[in-house]
Design a protein around this ligand. Sequence first.
Ligand SMILES: [Fe+2]
Length: 215
Amino acid sequence: MKVPTPQAPSRRLLLLAGAGASLLPLVPARAAGAIATPQQTEGPFYPTAFPADMDNDLVQVRGQQARALGTLLHLEGRVLDLDGKPVDGALVEIWQCDAQGLYDHPRQSGRDKRDRAFQGYGRLLVSADGRYSFRTLKPVAYAGRSPHIHFKVATSTGRMLTSQFYIAGDPGNERDGVFRGIRDPRQRELVEMKLTPAPGLEAGALATTMDIVVG
Ligand SMILES: [Fe+2]
């Protein structure tokens, strides 16, 4: 009786196996449990008219000597999709109140007392690697709200995200109805700014890196 000998794999099979192995890492795998930055209300203070200067430096208004009052904050990050890839060509807008809690908006009572050295609103197009950066103020609380920075992202393919950044660990967050509307702790993390001193950037400045994930 002839005993079957194990067959050596054919050259073709080996080639296929090799090709498969080399292709596998190239298939983009969505990060397990990847989540998008949560949507939040736009609120009542989105500008009705844009300032003449609406660049990404909100603490220096073009043509003015004075710098805005308040603590400087360098806010930067990337706009990413759910696969972690940079979103090219996205427009990022931010707006917030000044150091006294006043918005530059017709619905703001006491608007005439606002700090005119604070731009209040800024925008920029992200770079090819999805990066954005703003020079702005550490946000302050005002009646009924914990400190926050409003932001809006519009991608070139028409996706929109409106949300707000908060200060991680601010005791007001748990009393803020808008913040509390985000129940998932992983989603909260995407809007909680961890502020660190950044004296290397400029005296007295804080910095934070916040990637924005557009779903
Ligand atoms: Fe607000």
